[in-house]
Design a protein around this ligand. Sequence first.
Ligand SMILES: Cc1cc2nc3c(=O)[nH]c(=O)nc-3n(C[C@H](O)[C@H](O)[C@H](O)COP(=O)(O)OP(=O)(O)OC[C@H]3O[C@@H](n4cnc5c(N)ncnc54)[C@H](O)[C@@H]3O)c2cc1C
Length: 491
Amino acid sequence: MNLDVVIAGAGPTGLLLAYELGLAGVPALVLDKAQRPDEQPRANGLVGQITRVLAYRGLLDGTSFHPMAVPRFPFGPLSLELDRLEASPLHVLPIPQRDLEELLHDAAAGVGATVQRGHEVVGFEKKDEGLVVRVQGPTGEYRLTARYLVGCDGARSFVRKHAGIAFPGITSDEVARIARVTMPADEVAIADGTLAVRGVQLALVRPNRTATGSITITPQSILDPSVDPDVYILATSEPRPPHLPDTLTFDELRASVRRVLGTDLPITGARWLRSTVGNSRQADTYRAERVFLAGDAAHLFATGGTALNAGLLDAVNLGWKLAAAVKGTAPAGLLDTYHAERHPAGRRAITHTRAQAALSSSGENADALREVLAELLRYPSPLTHLATLMEGADVTYGPGPLVGTWAPDALDEHMAAALIEPLRGGRAVLVDSTDDGKLAAITGPWRKWVDVAETPGSGPSALVRPDGYLAWADGAPDGLHETLAKWFGTP
Ligand SMILES: Cc1cc2nc3c(=O)[nH]c(=O)nc-3n(C[C@H](O)[C@H](O)[C@H](O)COP(=O)(O)OP(=O)(O)OC[C@H]3O[C@@H](n4cnc5c(N)ncnc54)[C@H](O)[C@@H]3O)c2cc1C
């Protein structure tokens, strides 16, 4: 079978990439080695710019999931009190990962992608102008030829290893034990973001450091109001023992809580128990010729809440570029901009998650660090800086101040409204605010790729890429014509 794009992995990253390709007219084949999706709960939601990107794509239409700016959010053991700012720059989308995967699966299938489960990518080699991909399917091994292969195959990515891409970084010397637990309401008291239980007072949602580790308790109903208020996501973190059993038992979880807190919690039941050792790593390169990496295959973070933002933004960045390459319209160097833009973004996310891990560590130096940073966070500027970093909005895909930023944030309301329809269709758009529409005329040869919205008299005119980022704005160093050629080729 001759294919354009094969995606290894039908997790959120692979499915969104398949949607983005389909939107651009390139139906992808997504292969996943698992027979069915993992039922074990993972993310409870998305944090950062991707929440709004999904909304602009129309992917949340008709669902009960909507991005919202949050009044406060944990930064390691500290709380960012974002309601002190005029507007919170940090957005969340409380959607369980399984729901997100279902939504993305249906969206990808709706634009022509094929998802095959029980098919594992087990090898690939370069051949002529493409790749031969070896797949282990339910009835044995078979081969496909494809022009491009994208490894969205998770943390232990086969594609990354087989492509010989290094994955340097660090492994935590702590182990996290996580479960959904039940604690009866008459045993706990919740007020002002804290939980009082058996004489202990704990901050909710963020890690509480003790002499022996840390404990984080999050009422599941904060994330999903349909869940019983007695259900909590409980996580402890302690030094990693020399031998870590593969599975976590209820007794081990309870023992861990006792070691960390010095007392038992009134847990009456626990589900989805797992222990994990955090890794903080990044692939050296996100591209090796015709092979790309995205999502967990490309980066892993020391603390939670960041991975899906980084991974799904990879998919949105890569989709339209790969589609242009498949159609033969990509200008030289377009595919290289994927690594050039997304690798620094992954590095920034690694930096803030490592900083959160350092802040969560024990010892008097870490105490002092927490105290000093908490003092700084009383001021709007450092608060905004950290929230923007966590949003993933501090990395721009260009020289700035407008070029390279996410357009709906950079443009005025009227102009941002003009982006909705084109971005829903994955189209680039020129927002022309001149009185005579003279910029629109320049786009003539590129109309196949670029829509035009005329908004006379509003803010600066701007060219927005299919992923929603500003490619050009009035006053940018390159002219509009050069910018169109740079991103969409010379027709
Ligand atoms: C308990 C827990 C809580 C989490 N909470 C959050 C959170 O709150 N926020 C957040 O942003 N992130 C969170 N994460 C991280 C998040 O779940 C991952 O970042 C996300 O699943 C990564 O998506 P992905 O598509 O890149 O990879 P994955 O979801 O890992 O998907 C990879 C897929 O590739 C398939 N595969 C592997 N090898 C092959 C192969 N050779 N051929 C074909 N298919 C293959 C696998 O079967 C799998 O389906 C959490 C993770 C865990 C474990």
